[in-house]
Each structure stands twice: as C-alpha cells, then as structure tokens.
Design a protein around this ligand. Structure first.
Ligand code: NAD
Length: 254
C-alpha cells in the first residue's frame, strides 16, 4: 500500500511534468489561519445549520436586520486580522517555481494575495471582501470606507451614489456568478494537465463542476482535503493530511 509520502512524491512528479497546473481552493485552506469553513467539523454551518438560510441574497435584500447583522460580521471578520498560513505560502512558492498557471479560489479572504500569489494568476470566483458593491447601480468601492461609516454609526450604510443597498462584493447563495469570471475559471480547468482541489468540500456549484471539466479534458485530479468529497472515486490521488503540511511537503519536492 502507498504511504502518504509516496503519494506526495507521485503528485510532485505530475506537477513537474505538467504543461499547465491549476489549483482550486476553498475555505479549508484558510482554517489553519483561524477562519472557520462552512462544512468542516468546526464549520459555521456544521455548528449552526440555520445559518445557511440566512446567507442567501434574498434574505439580505429583504431584511434590514439581516444587513445590520452582516455589516457587524464584516467589521469583525477574522480575515481582517489573521495571516496567511503555510498552505497559502506553498501555492505562492509553486507559482514562483513556474509550476502554477492559475489559482481559482472560492475564498473571499484575500489570503492568497497576502501570501504572495500574483493577482493576475488568481480568479476569485465568489468575489472578495475587499470591496463593496451597490445592488441597484453597481457602484463599487473599498470595504474599509464602508466599515468606517459603520463604525461612525450607520448600521446599514446605503450607496452614496444612489441610496441603494450596499453589500460586500462577494457572491451570496442565490446570486449568479459573474459570467466572464466563471468562464475564465472553466477555461483554466479545461486547459490544465493537473487540477489540485484544495480545502473544498466540492459541494458549491458551479465551482464544483470545475474538477469534472478537468477530468473530461484528460487532466489528473488531486484532492487535498481532510474529508471525503464527491470526486474522490474519480481522482488520481487523495491527500488527507492537514493542508499546510501537505502542500509544504509537496511544493518542496517540485
Ligand atoms: P467547505 O466549508 O464546504 O469545505 C471545506 C473543506 O475543507 C471541508 O471538507 C473540510 O474537511 C476541509 N478542511 C478544512 N480545514 C482543513 C485542513 N486544515 N486540512 C485539510 N482539510 C481541511 O468550503 P468550500 O468548499 O470552500 O465551500 C464553502 C463556500 O463558502 C465557498 O464559497 C467559500 O469560499 C465560502 N467560504 C469562504 C471562506 C474564506 O474565504 N476563508 C470561509 C468560509 C466559507
């Protein structure tokens, strides 16, 4: 039977031989930085299943109370205070080694950028907490400016251009993805020789179709995740160890 060390060595070889490598990351890569995921053992929704219903765009638009709550959570969001971990650093290193073509992330926390991955390589398919956007006129602005208004007493700050509802520039449940961004992600999944799916339960669609695209195009699929995913049976390797340690060992061999 293959040990995890053998598996990691085999994956490192695939990364070296590949013409193009794409990574798809999810909330699991940031848990070791202190940002809880949704569906892991300590996930926000594992602990409070009703929270999923409160995370929809419909609820946000319909309820002032939901927005006030959301602004409070944004002010306290751990991504404002925590640091990237060795997993994020390993992906930045893989890029520096010329072995990572595209980094698709479902995360909204900017930790890949802060770890040194190039903005041009990153596709944030679920948006970002760095900005806010008006749901009426589409005006965008920095999150920090909106949070300053919250701190000064506006508990649900409206758009300064049109008075519409402001929201973080993230994709909420029930909200469509930005078509051009999804298309870029799909192209990167179809064009790669190896897709690394890291820290994602692969249960949020359409992001969870990306491994399917890669497999259909003949790529190797490598899952780096502590818990089983729907793709484990079709993947070429599954690495179950903690992400930071696993990625650091893997990238050191490339
Ligand atoms: P998920 O919560 O559905 O799944 C995370 C997976 O990562 C779980 O299967 C868990 O077992 C695994 N995991 C967690 N920590 C790990 C570790 N240290 N080592 C190995 N495995 C680990 O996350 P998802 O698939 O990304 O879907 C959730 C959605 O919510 C996404 O859109 C995501 O972007 C968003 N979200 C983002 C953040 C963030 O930006 N940091 C945090 C929570 C949720």
């Amino acid at each position: 039977m293959k040990t995890e060390t053998d598996e990691i060595a085999a994956v490192a070889e695939w990364l070296e031989q590949a013409g193009q490598v794409t990574a798809l990351t999810g909330a699991g890569i940031s848990t070791e930085s202190g940002i809880p995921d949704f569906r892991g053992p300590n996930g926000l929704w594992t602990k409070d299943p009703a929270a999923q219903g409160r995370a929809t765009i419909q609820h946000y638009m319909a309820s002032r109370e939901a927005r006030v709550d959301a602004w409070r959570m944004r002010s306290e969001h751990p991504s404002r205070t925590v640091d990237p971990n060795a997993g994020h650093a390993a992906l930045a290193e893989l890029e520096r080694k010329g072995r990572l073509h595209t980094l698709i992330t479902q995360n909204i926390d900017s930790l890949h950028q802060r770890a040194g991955s190039s903005a041009g390589k990153i596709i944030e398919i679920h948006g970002t907490l760095r900005d806010v956007v008006c749901m009426s006129c589409g005006e965008r602005g920095p999150m920090e400016a909106a949070l300053e208004r919250v701190g000064a007493g506006e508990d649900d700050p409206p758009c300064t251009a049109c008075g519409g509802v402001l929201k973080s520039a993230t994709i909420s449940f029930g909200q469509p993805l930005v078509p051009e961004i999804l298309e870029r992600a799909q192209t990167a999944a179809s064009a790669c020789d190896v897709l690394l799916a890291i820290g994602t339960s692969l249960s949020v669609f359409p992001a969870a179709y990306l491994p399917q695209r890669a497999l259909q195009a003949g790529a190797r699929l490598v899952i780096v995740n502590a818990e089983p995913t729907r793709y484990d049976g079709r993947s070429h390797a599954v690495l179950r160890g903690p992400i930071s340690r696993t990625l650091a060992s893997l990238v050191a061999l490339v």
